[in-house]
Design a protein around this ligand. Structure first.
Ligand code: UTP
Length: 280
């Protein structure tokens, strides 16, 4: 108990905020500099000791699968040139990790996407990364920080949280909780509200795209009712577990870029570009 071997990447969404580019290119393939968001996400999972990657995808997202497969023609054309190293990182990922894919047939929400992965997940707890939330950290990756907390609380799901301006709480699931004993960054969650109006929000601690989920989540998702838009929300399923004290919210150390929004995507590219230019 307490070991996380699998990471799930729900990537079936259409990324409509990025149209027209996402008509033919999956949102997760958009680059921060020259590396696609999905590769940053997989690298974060590897940094947390995980080598088994499962993606919930759809028929329009084959580019993600191709990204982690060898490309013999390109490799042949750059062999023995200075460009050879440019594929080293992604080739190393393909060699050390296994990838599995399952199609979400209908876009019925993040909770439904996670439920779709059930046959591939097995019986243990697992990590979830939403690749459009790009997280960076000077020390342990955000996922590794969360796994360390999970090991001390193996009956609980862990959600990553971040303080957001009050005016933005209506874009997130927001938690209400009390600090765990001897902790200044982990809360036992009592309540979670999906996209509250600022005046009704229980806090400004917003859930972002990193989770550790116990296998119990599948049982709960099975009986979670769709919301008014017909989507099954992971927040609603987690609320059922929070009621019995089984959800911990963790305020991680590090920076998060909301690359699911055009503003956050531009910001990430600008911060990474500045760093790269300084190092040249
Ligand atoms: P978003 O709410 O960001 O939706 O999904 P989206 O489709 O990716 O983007 P927009 O809003 O149209 O621009 C959050 C995460 O949940 C996944 C998405 O792929 C993304 O990683 N998701 C969402 C699914 O896999 N299936 C769904 O039915 C819904």
């Amino acid at each position: 108990m307490g070991i996380i071997n699998k990471c799930l990447f729900p990537v079936a969404g259409y990324g409509t905020r990025f149209l027209p580019v996402t008509k033919a290119i999956p949102k997760e393939m958009l680059p921060i500099l020259t590396k696609p968001l999905i590769q940053y996400a997989v690298e974060e999972a590897i940094s947390a000791g995980i080598c088994s990657m499962t993606m919930v995808t759809n028929k329009h997202k084959k580019a993600i699968e191709n990204h982690f497969k060898p490309h013999a023609d390109i490799e042949k054309s750059i062999k023995n040139t200075t460009k050879e190293v440019l594929l080293d990182e992604v080739n190393a990922i393909s060699e050390q990790c296994d990838f599995s894919y399952v199609e979400q047939q209908e876009m019925l929400g993040l909770g439904h996407a996670i439920y779709t992965s059930k046959p591939l997940i097995g019986v243990d707890a697992f990590a979830v990364i939403l690749p459009d939330d790009l997280c960076t950290s000077d020390s342990d990756s955000v996922l590794l920080q969360m796994i360390k907390l999970y090991k001390q609380n193996p009956d609980c799901c862990i959600v990553a949280i971040k303080e957001v301006p009050e005016s933005e709480v209506d874009k997130y699931g927001v938690i209400e909780g009390e600090l765990l004993k001897d902790s200044n960054n982990a809360y036992r969650v009592h309540n979670m509200v999906e996209k509250p109006a600022p005046i009704e929000a229980p806090s400004n601690l917003a859930i972002i795209g990193r989770y550790i989920l116990t296998h119990e989540i599948f049982e709960v998702l099975k009986s979670t009712q769709p919301d008014k838009n017909g989507e099954i929300q992971i927040t609603d399923a987690l609320m059922t577990l929070a009621k019995v004290g089984k959800v911990i919210a963790y305020q991680f150390q590090g920076r998060r870029f909301d690359c699911g929004s055009v503003k956050g995507f531009i910001e990430a590219n600008s911060v990474f570009a500045k760093e790269q230019l300084q190092s040249l």
